[in-house]
Design a binder for this molecule. Structure first.
Ligand SMILES: [Zn+2]
Length: 295
């Protein structure tokens, strides 16, 4: 078992990092520009993001590789650079994390829908395998599959990472609250269905990311805990429901708003808490203060 999972088993709550995409934009990433190409062209800026989360107190940091799969990189003409781009992403975050913090290799959806026959299962497996191997080569501790909405794509990603690397495999989906107060992904998957499928596929940490803010995550964690009492749960919450204004997306929750919900999230059963879109090092710093008071 990895050191990260041992910490959780000891009863520790761990703090993860915050947003990458919105942080890159703040550093000048242009619309239509490939975020992952910055690992090669602007490594210092990428390092800066990872480092600011470590400095904010995060126990782990992700990599700038969310869209680092073959299909997404192909849109930018980088389909032959998958290995270099992902390996560099992992190395940059490893450098920021040092040996005592953990690195989670971010793997996002391909953007290709199995249901619409835009891609085959074999092609998906191949793409996730290629990306996971490169992230492992760069030194990640775990493969962090995230923002998934399709159960099949997510389980293919888990298997590809599990069968081709020695890394732990984490996987989270993005849920919305639907009429009646239940949670579903855009493709109709419930937290209960996710829990059963992900554990069967070999994930060692599961949970939710993105979405409409940290308060909604409490219900999702409760539902996962009803299905499984022990699987470690990771939550990367957005800074509230995104507001579209003047062509820009704004996230309303302040670091304090986020911190206010942390204890309830832990009570519900969350083991790792961090942020997604709109969260900043200031958010992670406040979350960390709450978590560190527990010890
Ligand atoms: Zn997000």
């Amino acid at each position: 078992m990895s050191k990260l999972l041992q910490e959780i088993q000891k009863g520790k709550v761990l703090v993860s990092d915050g947003a990458w995409g919105t942080f890159l934009q703040q550093k000048g990433l242009q619309l239509g520009e490939c975020p992952e190409a910055w690992n090669l062209s602007r490594p210092n800026d990428v390092f800066d993001i990872a480092n600011s989360y470590i400095e904010a107190g995060a126990d782990m940091v992700e990599t700038n590789s969310f869209g680092g799969n073959y299909f997404k990189l192909k849109n930018y003409g980088f389909s032959d650079r998958v290995f270099d781009i992902n390996k560099a992403a992992a190395e940059i975050s490893r450098e920021a994390a040092g040996e005592n913090r953990f690195v989670l290799g971010s793997v996002g959806p391909t953007g290709k829908l199995l249901m619409m026959e835009e891609v085959t299962e074999i092609e998906l497996y191949k793409a996730f395998k290629e990306q996971s191997i490169a992230l492992e080569a760069g030194g990640v501790d775990a493969i962090m599959i995230e923002t998934m909405t399709d159960l099949e794509e997510a389980t293919i990603a888990i298997k590809a990472a599990k069968e081709n690397t020695l890394c732990e495999v984490f996987c989270t989906m993005t849920f919305d609250k639907i009429v009646g107060g239940e949670y579903r992904t855009m493709m109709g998957v419930s937290p209960t269905e996710m829990t059963e499928a992900f554990i069967a596929a070999g994930a060692s940490v599961i949970g939710a990311n993105c979405g409409n803010g940290i308060a909604d995550m409490i219900g999702i964690v409760k539902e996962i805990r009803q299905v499984n009492a022990t699987i470690p749960i990771l939550i990367h919450a957005n800074a509230g429901m995104p507001i579209y204004c003047d062509g820009a997306t704004k996230f309303p929750e302040t670091p304090n708003d986020m911190a206010k919900n942390v204890l309830q999230l832990i009570d519900a059963g969350a083991n790792i808490i961090g942020g997604c879109c709109g969260t900043t090092p200031a958010h992670i710093c406040e979350v960390n203060k709450v978590v560190k008071q527990l010890k």
